[in-house]
Design a protein around this ligand. Structure first.
Ligand SMILES: [Fe+2]
Ligand SMILES: [Fe+2]
Length: 149
């Protein structure tokens, strides 16, 4: 993900934003599914924790779909596949991995937006990167305190 970007076309940016959009839809499905599957003594808290992320990921998805159409592209309607997890800890680990990969994608997208001179998009992506970083950090804190169940 650390490749230097020299020339970026609008088509490449649209393709990248569609990849981001597929992963925002993935995040929505992932959080809704994990909220339903959380189990045991931690269920009430985890259910609320996962459900709380859904409106923010939906807001990211709506932003991306709007931006893709503004650039003349066609927004994807397909979520990237969601990995099922068989324990609360496995779900939190899957969430952490997804958020880390999402941040890396947005950092790359921010570079592309900057190379294209779309500073509005740079600013919007920075705000989304802050949201995803908060998701990642909250998940890390939870993982420090949860057992193997
Ligand atoms: Fe998101
Ligand atoms: Fe997120």
């Amino acid at each position: 993900m650390e490749t230097e970007i020299k020339t970026v076309t609008r088509e490449q940016l649209i393709k990248g934003l569609n990849e981001d959009l597929a992963h925002e839809y993935q995040a929505i499905v992932m959080y809704a599914t994990y909220a339903a599957m959380a189990s045991g003594i931690h269920r009430p808290f985890l259910k609320e924790f996962f459900e709380r992320e859904i409106p923010e990921e939906l807001r990211h998805a709506q932003f991306l779909a709007n931006k893709i159409t503004a650039l003349g592209g066609l927004p994807t309607t397909k979520p990237a596949p969601v990995k099922l997890a068989d324990s609360n800890r496995a779900m939190l680990e899957a969430v952490l991995k997804a958020e880390e990969e999402t941040i890396a994608r947005y950092v790359q997208r921010r570079k592309q937006a900057e190379a294209l001179g779309d500073y509005g998009l740079v600013n919007d992506l920075e705000e989304i990167i802050s949201d995803e970083t908060r998701h990642k950090e909250e998940t890390e804190k939870l993982l420090r305190g949860i057992g193997e169940h």
